[in-house]
Design a protein around this ligand. Structure first.
Ligand code: AMP
Length: 115
């Protein structure tokens, strides 16, 4: 079964795409948690960070570089932002296709809720 994000990459599902190249696509999160909430998604299907192979090193670096550039474009590089990758159930990962959340545009508060 293709993931939701594979369908977006293939153009089979609509998305508000803000960047695309041969390795990643970036689009607006459908349920934004901040004024800027962009998902940077690898074309390669990697379910979780636990499935990243050593050979994916440059892809992961590329995802961060794309996030950096998008943060600059969005005008949040100096005010600040957060990059998040969820992995497996305790993180709340919902879509099992590697993606980096770029969040910013307001103070984001503590990284993790203290219980
Ligand atoms: P995660 O919990 O890290 O797997 O994040 C999945 C993210 O995908 C959530 O923030 C969702 O709001 C977002 N999402 C789910 N479906 C779509 C969609 N069709 N278009 C854009 N973002 C989506």
């Amino acid at each position: 079964m293709p993931t939701l994000f594979e369908k977006i990459i293939a153009g089979e599902l609509p998305a508000n795409i803000v960047y695309r190249d041969s390795r990643v696509v970036a689009f607006l999160d459908i349920r934004p948690a901040a004024p800027v909430h962009i998902l940077i998604v690898s074309h390669k299907v990697i379910p979780t960070t636990d499935d990243i192979a050593d050979e994916d090193e440059s892809l992961i670096g590329h995802m961060v570089i794309v996030a950096r550039d998008l943060a600059r474009q969005q005008g949040i590089a100096k005010s600040g932002y957060r990059l998040i990758i969820n992995c497996n159930p305790d993180s709340g990962q919902d879509v099992y296709h590697l993606h980096l959340h770029l969040l910013g545009g307001r103070p984001l508060g503590p990284l993790v809720q203290r219980t």
